[in-house]
Design a protein around this ligand. Structure first.
Ligand SMILES: [Zn+2]
Length: 353
């Protein structure tokens, strides 16, 4: 037992995950640089991406990613995750002596921009107006306010290098933007796609799941050779996005099936009858977890478009699908249309909850 103890003995918490119950990450999720001891000593890995030779993707052993472009008139950086911290300026210095002149915030989350202050006070910070509003409400000296904001679309041009910024509505957060370099064909869209994996729990802890789904479609409207997703282990291709999009649509289909099966008046009675009124929340947990378990089982056992199962195709499928299923089922129940409502008196059609 580590000095931090073992928190799995509580009977009211989550069970401990053990490797024997799960699939290993597929090889395509394990790029070669992960085997290089120097990566862990330096604290970063930097790679040229897209066309033109001046756009770079940086990642860290903490699993966080940023991007930067060398313009000839200064370096434009996208995001400053604390998990890269001072290793991000070090990665930039390993490529160029040009100073950092601009920092773009993808969204307000501190795990992606909480090291912004490493670039000092002289750097222009570009972000969405909602990013500025959120950072004004919850001030953080490590996340200085954007000095320049925009509402729908804007183009940042530095040294002849163009970056097209676009806000298409709430998804992972209300302020999460698209950052597209048209000449380099590099798209940065953070916390939607984690190439080669099913993404972090609960759809990357996204606030608007319908928007999270739409973002998968919107990403595919761009002509890109490299997608910087913010996590973890590698940058992505168009095919990566299409594969992950298929996974999410399978999950939504099975979550909807589960809702039809278990969110009607009769099924809801079944979850709580016999529990007693004082234990109805126990029945409530069983109801939502049954929906999530149904969608998880169906998603993880089906043969997908290439004949493999999702655990064979995407890292983290057996670990994170149950969290995603719970979140997606709740989003369908709360954000999408209802197929009926309670009839007068006691009773109702299917799918009323
Ligand atoms: Zn985020």
């Amino acid at each position: 037992m580590s000095k931090y103890g073992d928190f799995y003995s509580t009977k009211w918490g989550f069970p401990k995950a053990v490797p024997e119950d799960h699939y290993p990450s597929p090889a395509q999720f394990m790029p070669e640089y992960l085997n290089n001891p120097e990566y862990y000593e330096k604290g970063y890995h930097v790679e040229n991406v897209g066309d033109g030779g001046n756009f770079y993707w940086v990642t860290s052993p903490a699993g966080y990613e940023a991007g930067f472009v060398v313009t000839g008139a200064g370096v434009v950086v996208i995001d400053a995750p604390p998990g890269l911290g001072e290793n991000l300026p070090a990665a930039i210095r390993s490529i160029t002596n040009e100073p950092v002149t601009h920092l773009i915030y993808s969204h307000w989350h501190s795990d992606h921009i909480g090291a912004a202050s490493v670039f000092g006070p002289g750097v222009k910070i570009v972000g969405h107006e909602i990013t500025r509003e959120l950072l004004s409400r919850f001030p953080d000296k490590q996340r200085p306010l954007p000095t320049e904001t925009f509402k729908t679309d804007a183009t940042l041009e530095v040294g002849g290098v163009k970056l097209e910024l676009s806000h298409k509505g709430a998804d992972h957060t209300p302020d999460n933007i698209y950052i597209y370099a048209p000449d380099q064909k590099v798209l940065t869209k953070i916390d939607i796609i984690s190439p080669g994996s099913v993404a972090f729990m609960h759809a990357d802890v996204s606030e608007n799941i319908s928007g999270y789904y739409k973002a998968h479609d919107d990403i595919l409207t761009y002509d890109f050779k490299a997608l910087i997703g913010g996590h973890i282990s590698r940058w992505g291709t168009r095919e990566d996005v299409e594969i992950v999009r298929e996974y999410w649509h399978d999950l939504a289909k099975f979550a909807e099936e589960a809702l039809w099966e278990m969110s009607n008046a009769e099924a809801l009675q079944g979850f709580v009858v016999g529990m007693g009124r004082e234990y109805q929340l126990v029945g409530g947990e069983n109801w939502l977890n049954s929906i999530a378990n149904y969608a998880t089982e169906k998603t993880l056992t089906k043969k997908t478009s290439n004949g493999q199962t999702w655990p064979e195709r995407l890292a983290g499928a057996t670990v994170n699908t149950k969290y995603h299923a719970w979140t997606v089922a709740e989003s369908i129940r709360l954000e999408r249309t209802h197929h009926g409502y309670q009839a007068l008196g006691n009773g109702g059609p299917a799918y009323i909850a």
